[in-house]
Design a protein around this ligand. Structure first.
Ligand code: RIB
Length: 289
């Protein structure tokens, strides 16, 4: 069973600041780093480090070739990652001393996906395979329809949430992986219990994994609810914590681990991730977890 992650790749420009910049303010940063990132790329790295067979599809510019090489070194298959004319996507990330971040993204190559590229890529996958995607690429409705026609298991992490998401053919999704903010926007509810109730009512055949940051995560499918606690650690940088959780959870499920064990390994991996600076580079391998 293969996991196809059709997703973004970003160059992350990361600035350590003592507070998030305010309107009209010019703020000097205390540190500056350039890391590989993008929700798609981070999730592919987490999947590979957790032991899954993962194929990362999407687009980068020539300035992103170093990221492609690093993905391959970490065991991500990049046969379907295209090099296009134009810049790789990028993110400008402020990180405050408490470890919280604020992110601006520019889509760049991530927004140049075509329906033809989707069809050509999905030709290499079948009904035993899983499709994972986030909301940082274009052509998502076409991607969902193509994967559904193939009978693939479809997993959607609608991050970052946009108003467009409501217009996607969401009834074809098998698993939603959302945080509280995404859950609130999808359902117009505020409490985790209400978010899950509305998700189940609207998508009765789909599972929802709701991540709750320091409060852990809940997996809900029809009448099954499984909750895990978060691990307590000293937070340095929360970037890619959610991506790490998703990659570890899905890899563990793909490897046949029980649900609770999959959630626990995801929670531990995310906890290790926040103790380190950066996105993909901060994702631990299975031995560390
Ligand atoms: O989830 C973290 C990621 O969000 C960063 O790596 C950044 O590129 C943005 O896509």
């Amino acid at each position: 069973m293969k996991i196809l992650n059709f997703g973004s790749v970003n160059v992350d420009y990361v600035y350590g600041v003592d507070h998030f910049v305010k309107p009209s303010e010019t703020l000097a940063s205390q540190s500056y780093d350039v890391f590989m990132g993008g929700k798609g790329c981070n999730q592919s790295v987490a999947l590979a480090k957790a032991g899954a067979e993962v194929y990362h599809a999407g687009n980068i510019g020539k300035d992103g070739l170093w990221i492609k090489e690093q993905l391959e070194k970490w065991g991500v298959n990049t046969d379907f990652l295209q090099i296009i004319d134009g810049p790789t996507g990028h993110a400008i990330i402020q990180v405050v001393p408490e470890g919280q971040n604020a992110i601006i993204i520019h889509g760049g190559a991530n927004r140049t996906v075509t329906p033809q590229q989707i069809d050509q890529t999905l030709n290499h996958f079948g009904s035993d395979d899983w499709l994972l995607f986030q909301n940082e690429i274009n052509c998502i409705p076409e991607l969902i329809e193509a994967a559904f026609a193939k009978g693939m298991k479809i997993i959607f992490n609608p991050a970052p949430m946009t108003s467009e998401v409501a217009s996607f053919p969401l009834n074809k999704i098998d698993v939603f992986i959302i945080n509280e903010v995404e859950g609130q926007e999808l359902t117009q509810q505020t409490s985790p219990a209400d978010i899950l109730q509305v998700m189940t009512a609207r998508f009765p055949n789909a599972a929802t994994l709701l991540t709750l940051g320091e409060k852990g995560a809940v997996y809900s499918h029809q009448n099954t609810h499984t909750q895990v606690e978060a691990q307590r650690v000293k937070t340095i940088d929360t970037t890619a914590a959610g991506d790490t959780f998703i990659g570890y959870f899905l890899a563990s499920q793909a490897l046949g681990l029980p649900l609770e064990e999959s959630l626990n390994s995801a929670s531990k991996a995310a906890a290790i991730c926040v103790t380190r600076k950066g996105g993909a580079i901060s994702i631990p391998n299975r031995e560390e977890v």
